[in-house]
Design a protein around this ligand. Structure first.
Ligand code: F6P
Length: 342
């Protein structure tokens, strides 16, 4: 049996741990051979491979990024993309494909399997934690840890100058990173894409914190939008999902807070720092388990499935279940945090 492996979409701490788990178990227990495809779907599309054996995965467990490279190439949007993928898999004598990715990458795997008979097993990946059917995705815990440490640090500098510190974290469509890091870091305001926020209310909170002699920390997810968001959109741009998005919401909000409250405000955009570097212990644990279970699914011939964490168990669900709908923060959970701008 020859198994192809690819990593697609934005990179994420823990990708290498999955690859290592897949290859070690596949080689040592099942005597499988592997083909590494470079840069997500671009690899099978352009027949771009790298050797993937035990020596290739040695020492990669704590390494961030992906040894296979990644991209957002979508073969469904390429001319004769499906035909080229099928031809290249046949040329490389690949019997099955392990696809490690988020919504877009797995969405392609769903269609390749269902409509074109490509034998795919999916592994969910995203720091945003917004894939359905799995309680957590690896990479999320690392991102939350990085954001929490940043918030801790920003508290002390905010207090020294009695300024507002606005921290913009990742999360285009879901506020999981903002919610978890904001709570863990003791932020005073947490703004998420799922709930439009009222700038006047944010300012009222900020002012009340100053009255109590605190320098407020505002955590805002990059996809969060003010109630009158469309009116303040500068570029009027839609993101790749067709959603209206205020790019640079952190910077915009800090300026509005300054203008409306007269208090000095600064912005820190954490950006790709949240995606880089070594995975946390939890993410290594989860990613390794995903890898071990994914190769078991290949052995069982259980294609069109994705491995998922439910409770403490790793289960298999149809890939389509994970990509049909984003897993967003529900209002009850948000309310529980106590900073709710409905
Ligand atoms: O999907 C994960 C994510 O980290 C988002 O939170 C973010 O908007 C996006 O990737 C940015 O990715 P890139 O800069 O690679 O396009």
């Amino acid at each position: 049996m020859r198994v192809g492996v690819l990593t697609g979409g934005g990179d994420c701490p823990g990708l290498n741990a999955v690859i290592r788990g897949v290859v070690r178990k596949g080689v040592q227990e099942y005597a499988y051979e592997f083909v590494g495809y470079r840069d997500g779907w671009r690899g099978p599309l352009e027949a771009d491979t790298i050797p993937l054996d035990i020596s290739a995965v040695r020492g990669i467990l704590p390494r961030g990024g992906t040894i296979l490279g990644s991209s957002r190439t979508n073969p469904l949007k390429e001319e004769s993309g499906i035909r080229r993928i099928k031809e290249n898999l046949a040329k490389h004598e690949v019997d099955a494909l392990i696809v490690i990715g988020g919504e877009d990458t797995l969405g392609v795997a769903t269609r390749l399997h269902a409509e074109y008979g490509v034998k795919c097993v999916g592994v969910p990946k995203t720091i945003d934690n917004d894939l359905s059917a799995t309680d957590y995705t690896f990479g999320f815990d690392t991102a939350v840890g990085i954001a929490t440490e940043a918030i801790d640090r920003l508290h002390t500098t905010a207090e020294s100058h009695m300024r507002v510190l606005v921290v913009e974290v990742m999360g285009r469509h879901a506020g999981w990173i903002a919610l978890h890091s904001g709570l863990a870091g003791g932020a005073n305001v947490i703004l998420i894409p799922e709930q439009r926020f009222d700038v006047d209310q944010v300012c009222a909170w900020v002012t009340s914190r100053f009255k109590a002699s605190y320098a407020p920390i505002v955590v805002v997810a990059e996809g969060a939008m003010p109630k009158d968001g469309e009116a303040v959109l500068k570029d009027g741009s839609l993101d790749s999902f067709g959603h209206v998005r205020l790019s640079g919401v952190g910077e915009w909000l800090a300026k509005e807070i300054e203008r409306r409250t007269g208090k000095e405000a600064r912005t820190t955009v954490l950006g790709h720092v949240q995606r880089g570097g070594t995975p946390s212990a939890f993410d290594r644990w989860l990613a390794t388990r995903f890898g071990l279970h994914a190769i078991e699914a290949v052995r069982d011939g259980d294609f069109g499935k994705m491995v998922a964490l439910q409770g403490t168990d790793i289960v298999r669900v149809p890939i389509a279940e994970a990509t049909a709908k984003l897993k967003t923060v529900n209002p009850k959970l948000y309310e529980e945090v106590g900073v709710f701008f409905g």
